[in-house]
Design a protein around this ligand. Structure first.
Ligand code: ZN
Length: 150
C-alpha cells in the first residue's frame, strides 16, 4: 500500500521518535513493506517513519542501480550511531518531505551504526559513501531534523 508522505510544515516531522517495540513483528513487517512501496513510487532513496506519519525509530533505504555493485537495500530499526568520522564530505541532498529543494550538506564521511535489520537481527556495521550520506539524512528525521536546517 502506498502511504501519503508528510511534507514540510507538518508537526510530525519535528518530533523525536520512539523506539520500535520489537515484539510487534507482524505490524512492523507490514509497515516496512508499505514504506518500500511508497519509496519506490516516490522515486526516492530513503524514507523515515515520521515521513509517513509514524513517530518511530525506523527508516529504510533503497538505492537501486542497474549496477548490482552499487545497489543497497536495508531496513534500520532502532538505529544508534556508535562512531563517526571527523572528516566530512558535502553532497547535494533532497528530501521527499521537502519537494523541489536541493541543498549542499556536510556529512560525516563514514559512520558506525547499531540497528536491527528486517529479520530483527542486531547488526553493527560501518557505512561510507552514498550509503553513509543517506543514512545520516534519514537518521536526522528520527530526531525531527530536516536537511534544510543543517
Ligand atoms: Zn528526508
Amino acid at each position: 500500500m502506498i502511504l501519503p508522505i508528510y511534507t514540510y510544515g507538518d508537526e510530525i516531522l519535528k518530533k523525536q521518535c520512539y523506539d520500535v517495540d520489537l515484539n510487534n513483528k507482524d505490524e512492523i513487517n507490514i509497515l516496512v513493506n508499505n514504506m518500500f512501496e511508497t519509496l519506490k513510487s516516490a522515486d526516492g532513496v530513503g524514507l523515515a517513519a515520521p515521513q509517513i506519519g509514524k513517530s518511530l525509530n525506523l527508516f529504510i533505504i533503497d538505492i537501486s542501480s542497474e549496477y548490482d555493485f552499487f545497489s543497497f537495500k536495508e531496513v534500520f530499526i532502532n538505529p544508534k550511531i556508535l562512531d563517526k568520522s571527523q572528516e566530512k564530505e558535502s553532497n547535494i541532498e533532497g528530501c521527499l518531505s521537502v519537494p523541489d529543494i536541493k541543498e549542499k550538506i556536510d556529512r560525516h564521511s563514514w559512520i558506525k551504526l547499531e540497528y536491527y535489520d528486517s529479520n530483527f537481527v542486531k547488526q553493527i556495521k560501518e557505512f561510507k559513501g552514498l550509503q553513509s550520506v543517506v543514512i545520516q539524512h534519514e537518521f536526522d528525521h528520527l530526531y525531527g531534523v530536516l536537511f534544510i536546517s543543517r
